[in-house]
Write a protein that binds this ligand. Structure first.
Ligand SMILES: [Zn+2]
Length: 140
């Protein structure tokens, strides 16, 4: 029981695991695979190993840190960055799924992505977000 109490006391107040932790873990696994692929090149292998070690140390440091506000801020930056990447892939998936009947176009004024019914030629469009009018040209 004494050992368990000591472990619990050690982890009390530590930051723990979050989205960035898993992001770093996946990055380390990807780097590990790259290191196996580039095993023939010593320079690339050493470089990847150093990066891998840095990410591992950073991951463990974040997990054990008591500065929770700073770790949450880092995670917030990572989450907004990851969300952009995730949304990009979701948009690509939707473009493929809707290719038969819709086209995705960006509003030049507010940069909102609009899903428009597929119609060949140039057509006027009113953006539902900003309400401004612009022309859209669909070739295929
Ligand atoms: Zn707009």
């Amino acid at each position: 029981m004494k050992f368990r109490q000591r472990v619990a006391q050690f982890f009390y107040g530590r930051y723990g695991i979050d989205g960035l932790y898993y992001g770093l873990l996946v990055s380390i696994l990807v780097l590990w695979i790259l290191r196996v692929i580039f095993m023939d090149s010593a320079a690339a292998s050493i470089l990847i190993y150093i990066l891998e070690t840095f990410l591992l140390v950073w991951m463990l440091y974040r997990c054990m840190s008591r500065n929770i506000a700073a770790r949450q801020h880092e995670n917030q930056i990572f989450s907004s960055f990851f969300k952009k990447i995730k949304n990009f892939f979701i948009l690509q998936k939707n473009k493929i799924r809707d290719f038969q009947s819709y086209r995705y176009k960006k509003c030049p004024h507010c940069k909102a992505t609009l899903r428009l019914p597929k119609r060949k030629g140039t057509h006027p469009v009113i953006c539902p977000r900003c309400g401004r009018r612009f022309d859209v040209t669909t070739r295929i």
